[in-house]
Design a protein around this ligand. Structure first.
Ligand code: CU
Length: 114
């Protein structure tokens, strides 16, 4: 009669490996990417809060061009036609108010938390 000797140690190792694989597949944090929609002469949301390191996409869904400019000059898009978007990564915590260079009454703020 043939006896198969199964050691419990490889089984335990396999279970640990499986656990690591499952944890590695956790979804990306939603805070890492965010979007501001531009429509009807409005930035929406008007105030967007993201974590430092987050990338924000400003997308122009309006039927006229807009330009996204930080009050402190830290970022500035080109003229965004309908359907165009501008991407900026916010690395420093703080409040970053911005406006549209073509329509200065259009204003918004990106709040970056540590
Ligand atoms: Cu504008």
């Amino acid at each position: 009669m043939i006896r198969i000797n199964v050691s419990p140690r490889p089984l335990a190792l396999a279970l640990v490996c499986l656990g690591i694989v499952v944890m590695a597949q956790a979804p990306l944090r939603a805070a890492d990417a965010a979007r501001v929609k531009i429509d009807n002469f409005t930035f929406a949301p008007k105030v967007l809060t993201v974590k430092a390191g987050a990338t924000v996409t400003f997308q122009n869904d309006d039927d006229i061009p807009h330009v996204v400019v930080a009050n402190d000059g830290s970022f500035r898009s080109k003229a965004l036609d309908t359907g165009d978007s501008y991407v900026f990564t916010f690395t420093k915590p703080g409040d970053f108010p911005y406006f549209c260079a073509l329509h200065p009454h259009m204003q918004g703020t990106i709040t970056v938390t540590p």
